[in-house]
Design a protein around this ligand. Structure first.
Ligand SMILES: C[S@@+](CC[C@H](N)C(=O)[O-])C[C@H]1O[C@@H](n2cnc3c(N)ncnc32)[C@H](O)[C@@H]1O
Length: 322
């Protein structure tokens, strides 16, 4: 494993002069590897794949697909609640999920909310949508930055999870105003997001954090959106903003099935960064496909054995004024 020693001194180098210089570099060469499949939506910067591997059954202790597993771990992070308790959804209401992915959240919402609540999901990539959704569930292709005009004022509740890896700051502003537009007066939006950071407990978690910071800088993604979303929501016209911050699942070094799930979900996400990172020449951190894979094995080992191995996640809730 090669590590830039200058990066080991501080917990995060986001925004440092060094990182900015690196982010400006244009002399990339692609590192050869077996490329995964990513969505093709014009103008999208989403850095995670939409392929069979994202759908395939996980090879770790659990048998869930990565996105299903991610949903399970997020739910556990918030005391098994997947809709914030103050939100009231009644028969006849409509619910929307932005970035519906594999439909893990929608499938659960459909069971809990019952057949009289219509739930619509959209995503820029339809490859992972469930093939046989229940009758009150629909999926379509759309971007949160440009929702259909006919949806204005239609929804009681909009849920969106982990678009930090997809949207630049100006796109967040547009996305929030689109969500605001499609909500009914008094409706709620629920955003699940990470600040992008995780505890650095050893050389591998440091290396992957630096890699993620460099990748998001190169794609101009909104790395620290969790800190700034409450202000952006206020500027968009939302009110009654709640922020609940938690560890992603639990300490990933605990020898429990829950810790194994959190590790598998999180490391599955890191594995998905391989193609964007190698296409950018390894961002000064990895030099071969094999080295990336060895680093993934390294972080798995580091997280399995090092106390306080935690990733962080936040649930942000806001209401459209009556
Ligand atoms: C972390 S996944 C969310 C998974 C989903 N909540 C689930 O339960 O399976 C993020 C999703 O956002 C989608 N996405 C990225 N950019 C988007 C955009 N501009 N509009 C809508 N969806 C987007 C991605 O294709 C991906 O499926």
């Amino acid at each position: 494993m090669k590590i830039d020693e200058n990066d080991l001194s501080d917990r995060t180098i986001a925004g440092s002069e060094k990182n900015e210089k690196f982010a400006e570099s244009t002399d990339d060469f692609e590192i050869k590897h077996e490329e995964r499949t990513y969505q093709q939506w014009k103008g999208s910067n989403y850095v995670l794949p939409a392929d069979e591997e994202e759908k395939r059954r996980c090879v770790f202790l659990t048998s869930a697909r990565r996105l299903d597993l991610q949903h399970l771990v997020i739910r556990r992070s918030f005391g098994n609640k997947f809709i914030y308790p103050c939100v009231k959804i009644s028969p006849g209401d409509r619910v929307l999920e932005s970035g519906a992915g594999s439909g893990a959240w929608i499938t659960e919402a459909a069971k809990v909310l019952g057949p009289e609540v219509q739930i619509d999901g959209f995503d820029i990539e339809g490859r992972l949508f469930p093939r046989h959704p229940p009758p009150n569930v629909s999926f379509c292709l759309a971007s949160v930055t440009e929702l259909p005009a006919a949806w204005t004022g239609r929804y009681t509740f909009v849920h969106q999870s982990l678009l930090t890896a997809a949207l630049q700051r100006p796109q967040w502003e547009v996305a929030l105003s689109e969500i605001h537009r499609v909500l009914k007066p008094g409706g709620w939006v629920q955003l699940i997001e990470t600040g992008g950071t995780w505890n650095v407990v050893g050389p591998y978690s440091r290396k992957f954090l630096t890699m993620y910071e460099r990748l998001t800088a190169r794609k101009n993604l909104f790395f620290d959106c969790v800190q700034q979303l409450p202000d952006l929501l206020t500027e968009t016209g939302f009110t009654d903003i709640h922020v609940v911050e938690r560890d992603y699942g639990c300490d990933m070094s605990l020898g429990t099935p829950e810790a194994a799930d959190a590790r598998a979900g999180f490391i599955g996400m890191l594995r998905g960064l391989k193609t964007p990172v190698l296409k950018l020449g390894g961002l000064g951190l990895v030099y071969t496909s094999e080295e990336f894979d060895a680093d993934i094995a390294g972080i798995e080992q580091e997280y399995s054995t090092t106390p306080n191995s935690c990733h962080h996640i936040a649930m942000i809730l806001a209401q459209k004024r009556e």
